[in-house]
Design a protein. Sequence first.
Length: 180
Amino acid sequence: MTEVRVYAIMEHECDPKRCTAAKLVRFGEVREADPRKVPGGAVVLDPEAEKALSREDVPSAQRFGLLVLDCSWEKLKRFPRLKGGLEHRALPFLLAANPTNFGKPMRLSSAEAVAAALYIMGEREHAERIMSKFKWGHTFIDINREYLEAYSASSTSGEVVAAQNGFVGRLHAAEGVDPA
């Protein structure tokens, strides 16, 4: 099986020394991409996508690549328009381990998003190699292992969402919150 190529469209808005995508580019793990030249058919990690990432996306990711948008969440709507023909996918519920957002749900760094996507698509070693570039990287895999294992065992987007809903329901029940 060929490793998924990973691309990043960079906004260059954060400190390059702390930017996880910039670090992955420096290490040769990620290629910086021009928004107009992203391979058609690539899988784009998009928190506003209607479909969750799953193993269904492996053929497209292997053929065309995986794309992360490296920008703040506040700027996502103003990010450069991407050409059509891309597969937009959202990541399911995960906890951040990066120093800025540690423990916060769904506040992942670009590196965490890429690693999660690779793990879910069955590229665990690739995901672990990505996270090994960061002092806190192993923590991301460790605190999310149960989630990542369940999501990677799911064949379809619907199964990923069902697993996510089970985890979120359990968390709400533990906190005494009515999920409805």
